[in-house]
Write a protein that binds this ligand. Sequence first.
Ligand code: BG6
Length: 296
Amino acid sequence: ELCKGFNGLEKVLLRESRGSSAEVYLYGGHVTSWKNDHGEELLFLSNKAIFKPPKAIRGGIPLCFPQFGGLGTLDQHGFARNRFWTIDDDPPPFPTNTLSKAFVDLILKPTEEDTKIWPHSFEFRLRIALGPGGDLMLTSRIRNTNSEGKPFSFTFAYHTYFSVSDISEVRVEGLETLDYLDNLQNKERFTEQGDALTFESEVDKIYLSTPTKIAIIDHEKKRTFVVRKDGLPDAVVWNPWDKKAKAMADFGDDEYKHMLCVEAAAIEKPITLKPGEEWKGRLELSAVPSSYRSGQ
Ligand code: BG6
């Protein structure tokens, strides 16, 4: 179902028979909402988000491609998040997700302008699907369509903003004891200590070679988000905290208390695609009552 969202931008509504739902803007191929079957919003979207190109939407799931972050020749986080995607009416068969009826296929191909800043031909296919249990599944398939035999490399992230009741009460499990690059300390490499992560100040870290499953435990809401990922070895954890929040025009001063970004990513080792080759990166999000977990 295609309809008009903020500022007249087109969005697709996905609804699963048990009541969960999601919204996807064609602008950015950007998921802005994911609700469980009680109608509770699970993603953070800033009240100050600007739905106006070329600004990327603040919240939801921006796609960082073909460059994560600001290192490199492109603007911060690449251009996929501020291009208009189209609906892919003729997607190639997907091996998984066949149980889901609530899905949409989008495609991004570079314009002539894009090839001036990133001289490669590609097709980026994105399937966004709701599972029968309300899980949100994103599958990205990126293909090198250059026939002249030139490989290209890219970095990537699903820049997911989770909605949390109080950042000071949140724990992240699955990243303890791992190495990370600290964006707040010149990308220097450190090793995380042994306990689950908790938050009391700004954090901007790229965890390396992470497990395929990460849990975000929201004590107050008694909710646990489970992130499952495939093809995405790294995980970025970001919260701007108060000072950086104030410096962002499209982010409320206190909103940092109610969000946490945990981003399934491929950053440390860029992905290289030879002509005709395809890369696949999958993200699966579920939200379960914390009581389902032992000891919570
Ligand atoms: C995170 C980065 O992924 O995104 C941070 O690690 C950055 O360094 C943040 O500040 C937000 O980026 P942007 O471009 O959406 O403001």
